[in-house]
Write a protein that binds this ligand. Structure first.
Ligand SMILES: Cc1ncc(COP(=O)(O)OP(=O)(O)O)c(N)n1
Ligand code: TZP
Ligand code: MG
Length: 207
């Protein structure tokens, strides 16, 4: 499966009261990967929501990725995204199997991406590229790094952090395969606008 296009990421606060309707609206517009990102410790709710997303993703033929939690990913038989402090990659690859999608946060460091590639990552994520409402403190990353990354790495490259329809085109022009977006997608006023934005993000990959 080609990892290219929109990578929608959920946010529990932003999506409170409209979680599934907004996610479905995004899937309607086209989503390559959907990440369930919930930083709470409410295990029961996390399981319930992740299961609901898995069912929705199956209907739309979208791949579900769980943020941080390889155990939950294994339980649901879906992919996982791991940051630098979320546990080691190689044992996670062994746990989830060779076909699972495993992503790795590499901030602004090619060396971290090379290491992740060696340990079996399916894609590497760089960012944040712009100011982020969701994670303002994430280390910043410049467009120049993408040119180095394209030269050096042979894995799909994901960009994250403050991405919107107004600033995403240069990222794609610099070779980004996946645009990971929270606020620029789910910050919309209506489900119709979420679908429109998802479609517009996908259009960026067609030119
Ligand atoms: C696609 C993607 N890229 C980066 C991150 C950030 O992961 P991490 O550094 O572990 O931070 P948290 O998201 O866990 O706060 C991500 N989740 N997804
Ligand atoms: C999880 C994460 N990691 C780096 S920036 C970020 C947040 C992305 O959210 P937004 O698209 O709203 O900036
Ligand atoms: Mg994490």
């Amino acid at each position: 499966m080609k990892l290219r296009g929109l990578y929608a990421i959920t946010d529990s606060e932003l999506l409170a009261g409209k979680f599934l309707s907004y996610v479905e609206a995004a899937l309607e517009g086209g989503v390559t990967l959907l990440q369930y990102r919930d930083k709470s410790n409410d295990e029961a709710r996390r399981l319930r929501e992740a299961e609901a997303l898995r069912d929705l993703c199956e209907r739309y033929k979208t791949q579900l990725i769980i943020n941080d939690d390889a155990e939950l990913a294994a339980r649901l038989n879906v992919g996982v995204h791991l940051g630098q402090t979320d546990g080691p990659l190689s044992p996670t690859r062994a746990l989830l199997g060779s076909k699972a999608i495993i992503g790795s946060t590499c901030h602004a460091q090619i060396a971290l991406a090379e290491q992740a590639a060696k340990e079996g990552a399916s894609y590497v994520a760089f960012g944040r590229f712009f100011n982020s409402n969701t994670k303002p403190g994430a280390p910043s990353c410049s467009l120049d790094l993408l040119d180095d990354a394209k030269r050096t790495l042979h894995l799909p490259i994901c960009a994250i952090g403050g991405i919107s329809l107004d600033n995403a085109a240069p990222l794609v022009a610099h070779g980004v395969d996946l645009l990971a977006v929270v606020h620029g997608l789910f910050g919309a006023e209506s489900t119709a606008e979420v679908t429109r934005r998802a479609r517009a993000f996908n259009e960026l990959f067609k030119s």
